[in-house]
Structures are given as C-alpha cells and as structure tokens.
Ligand binder design. Sequence first.
Ligand SMILES: C[S@@+](CC[C@H](N)C(=O)[O-])C[C@H]1O[C@@H](n2cnc3c(N)ncnc32)[C@H](O)[C@@H]1O
Length: 256
Amino acid sequence: MSTCPRTTAVPEAAEIKTIMRDERWNARHAKAYNRYRLLSSKGGWARLLARELAGLPAGTEVLEVGSGTGFISEILAGSGFNVWGMDLSPDMLAVARSNLEAAGLAGRARFTVGDAEALDAPDGQARAVVSRWVLWTLPRPRLALQEMVRVLAPGGKLVLIDGQHLPMGRLARIRAALVDMVVAGRLPGWRRPCYTRLTPGLPRLDAPAVVDILREAGLAGVSYRRLTAEESDGAVKSWLMGSGWQSYLVTGVKPQ
Ligand SMILES: C[S@@+](CC[C@H](N)C(=O)[O-])C[C@H]1O[C@@H](n2cnc3c(N)ncnc32)[C@H](O)[C@@H]1O
C-alpha cells in the first residue's frame, strides 16, 4: 500500500523519511539494491577503507551510518573490525543481516534501526564513523554531519562517501534503465509514483559544502577528493550505469 500523498508541495523531513523507509528502501527495493553488488568492485572499496582506516586496531567497533544492505559492513567485518550498522530501513537491515550471515561474519556485526539525523549513540565514543551514499537521501544532511562529529571519540576518524548526480545523455539513460531491468528486475519509471516527489526536499550537498559543515562542527584536517571509478565501484558499473553519479570522499579527525 503506497504512502505517497497526492500533492505537489515540497515534502517535510518527517514525510521524506516515511517515504524513504516504506517506499524507496522497502523490502522490494532492498532486494533490488542488493543485486547491484554483483557489479561492484569489492576489492576497490576494501582497498579504500583499508587505507583510510589504517592504524585502527582489529576488533575496534566502526559505526556505519546508513549501512543499507551491508556491502561496506561486510568489508569492514571481513577486515577484522566490529561493525555497528545503523539504517532507517528495517528491510535494508534484514538483507544486511543475511549477507553477513552468509559471509560467516554475523558475529562481527550488529544492525539497528535508526536515523542518521539523530543518532542513537553517545557523545564522543566512536573510534571511526563510516558512511557511503547516505547523505544525498537526507532532508537535513547538515544535522547528520553534526551528529557524526558528535559521536566521534577524540582522535576518531570520519570516512564519508557521497556523490553528485550528473546529467545523463539519452543513450546513457536508456542503458542505465536496461541494466536496472536486468540486474534489479525493475521497470523504467519505478521511481515516479513516489520517490521523484521527494527531490525538492533533498538538499544534496556537494563536497565543499560538506567540508564547511564538518569544519564548523569541529572536525579537524577535513579534506575531500573525487573518487575514480577504479577506487570505487569499478569501470564496468560506472559505464553500465551511464556515469550518472560522481562519488567523492570526505575525511577528517575529531581533535583530541
Ligand atoms: C543508497 S543506499 C546506501 C546504502 C549503503 N550505505 C551502501 O553503501 O550500499 C542509502 C541508504 O540510506 C538509508 N537511509 C535513508 N535515510 C536515512 C536516515 N534518515 N537515517 C539512516 N539511514 C537512512 C536508506 O535506508 C538506505 O539504506
């Protein structure tokens, strides 16, 4: 049953979250999203995380904000960290649990429902916070960034990956729609009923704006850079998806 109201008004944050949870990231789309792992380069992401979290001892708990179906959680757990994955969608988390179980890593991860804009975590305890591709889905990303800084322990590191949607040519759009049909089993236009209505309510920050907010929130050594296809999802996925997305990496450390 759709929760999409028939209105053209810019949606409020609470409404966006309901639609995100019940429509955009529900059980059907969790399953579809999970199938994209077939196209992702696990090695590329593993190398990137190993580099960014170098020096953090095995067994350290890493908080992953918006952990989705657990692609990154699985890499972190496989690298010896304990993972606390938090996500708004119980359906995404259910897939994450079964992925970690299948990988024999369930003992290294726990997953809880929560809101990135109001983290259910104490001040100053997290040794590392990781988040990939969550910020763009939030109505108030500034709050989420402030929350990530709040929960970091002194000396703790933030590894944030987000990105920007890029305009796509007609051919690229057709190719991406075909890939979505084959990989995820969705027909073109699946976004229309509900999800496209959210767009005006999502600020979708670029990397310099994220850097400014994190610095204001007290993070030190904040820097950003674009990720190449090789160090993120791999050139194949990037081509198949029509290059409609450019990921960036922002990192920083909470001062001691
Ligand atoms: C594009 S997916 C990324 C999932 C995962 N981080 C990954 O890299 O595969 C976006 C995720 O953000 C989650 N999300 C959306 N709004 C959220 C919120 N307010 N708090 C926490 N998670 C949220 C969605 O449920 C979804 O799992």
